[in-house]
Design a protein around this ligand. Structure first.
Ligand code: LLP
Length: 423
């Protein structure tokens, strides 16, 4: 038997007597009919629950990493549930502010922040700027000379810990473009420089070891590596970044946010860290809360080779398989619990052979043109990493809760694609 494991579906998922899927009390096929496909369907209550879980696990200061999934509704939701927001660009900052999130609840990241980004962040008064380089400190000095503003900053430290994950999303190792290296002494030099500077108020340290980290023990290692430096610096805050993984496919297991928080707290206590400890989860908040619903347009059986099932989306709404070789499950929203006895390749509609969503997609027999097919756990790094390749619009996003669905991002149109084309 190969039935889709229910734990990969959003918490509110229910299977109706006819076998069809409901999320947030809404019939998924009806949502696809109303809003079109491809469609991201989020379980809004689950997003809220995960935010609350993060606040309970880490306390005040824990931030939602908006790069995982961002729109105004998401920014408001995370803020309403008590999280701060990590923004990693002027654009993410603009969306969070447009959502009405108070600037002092925002943490600005980036390894190459522009003058404009820093200027804007200081003007609106973001809560923390996480400084990543000596060049950034130079920039902050210049801006300070012009307007006298003194932002609160954390220094991003590279602890020299290799979390085992995809190399594209490993960030804690010494050979990293991020942060001030601990072992090479840059971290100590950066602290000294901030202490002697009138242009920043140094309040703490930050470290992010990577993303999709399945083993909470890597955080223990990072905390052990950082502890002497944290103690020496006497600073009041430590953020251990984001990165805790989520299960995408059958057989994968990841720690919950609560478990991760306990590991981090215990490790900090054991290492004698008295600073306020916080974190920045993105994926763990958003990924499992959504599914992507596609419509099948072509079923092509290549004799003796395989069957290609082409849907109306592709690697522009989910580049993770093409970028990282990430796996996803597949299921039919009309028969969620059907035994998936056939293996096909789920591909998109883009002009590249690499446009594969699920290389070995398990589906029940009888899949036909016009069917809806869905991939679970697509709530993080899908819509936000999407592109307009082949000049196709990016999908709509709905939040479903209590039997109602609301459109939070509408589907892009040809007019949107032409909006920036001024030639
Ligand atoms: N904080 C910092 C400083 C980060 O760079 C990141 C992610 C996070 C927090 C949130 O990490 P999370 O909890 O979501 O793992 N596109 C990749 C993931 C890139 C993550 C980049 N930084 C993917 O789709 O797997």
């Amino acid at each position: 038997m190969s039935v889709l494991p229910r734990h990969l579906l959003p918490d509110s998922a229910e299977v109706a007597p006819d076998g069809s899927l409901r999320i947030g009390g809404c019939d998924v096929a009806a949502l696809a009919e109303e809003y079109g496909t491809p469609l991201f369907v989020y379980d809004e209550d689950q997003l809220r629950d995960r935010c609350r879980e993060a606040v309970a696990a880490f306390g005040d200061g824990v931030a939602y990493a908006t790069k995982a999934f961002l729109c105004r509704a998401m920014a408001r939701l995370a803020h309403e549930e008590g999280m701060h927001l990590d923004v990693a660009s002027g654009g993410e900052l603009a969306i969070a502010l447009a959502a009405g999130v108070p600037a002092d609840r925002l943490v600005l990241h980036g390894n190459n922040k522009s003058d404009d980004e820093l200027l804007r962040a200081r003007e609106v008064g973001v809560g923390r700027i996480v400084v990543d380089s000596f060049d950034e400190l130079d920039r902050l000095d210049r801006l300070h000379a012009a307007d006298g503003r003194v932002p609160k900053v954390l220094l991003r430290i590279t602890p020299g810990v290799e979390a085992h994950t995809h190399e594209f999303v490993m960030t804690g190792q010494d050979d990293s473009k991020f942060g001030f290296g601990l072992k090479v002494g840059d971290a100590a030099r950066a602290v000294e420089r901030c202490r002697a500077s009138a242009s920043v108020e140094l309040v703490g340290l930050h470290a992010h070891i990577g993303s999709q980290v399945f083993v909470a023990g890597f955080y223990e290692q990072a905390i052990e590596a950082l502890a002497p430096f944290v103690a020496e610096s006497g600073l009041a805050e430590l953020s251990i970044g984001g990165g805790i993984g989520v299960a995408y496919v059958e057989g994968e297991e990841a720690p919950s946010i609560t478990e991760w928080g306990a590991v981090v707290r215990d490790a900090c206590a054991a290492a004698g860290i008295t600073a306020r400890v916080s974190a920045e989860p993105g994926r763990a908040i958003a990924a499992a809360a959504a599914i992507t619903v596609y419509r099948v347009g072509t079923v092509k059986e290549v004799p003796g080779i395989r069957t290609f099932v082409a849907c109306d989306g592709g690697f522009i709404d989910n580049p993770r398989p093409a970028l990282y070789g990430s796996g996803y499950e597949t299921f039919l929203p009309r028969s969620v619990d059907a035994d998936r006895t056939e293996t096909v390749r789920l591909v998109g509609k883009h002009c590249e052979s690499g446009d594969v969503l699920v290389a070995e997609a398990r589906v029940p027999p009888g899949l036909r043109v016009g069917d809806l097919i869905a991939t679970p756990v697509t709530g993080a790094y899908g819509r936000t990493m999407g592109s307009n390749y082949n000049s196709l619009g990016r999908p709509a996003v709905v939040f479903a809760s209590g039997g109602d669905a609301r459109l939070v991002i509408r589907r892009e149109t040809d007019e949107d694609l032409l909006a920036t084309d001024v030639g």
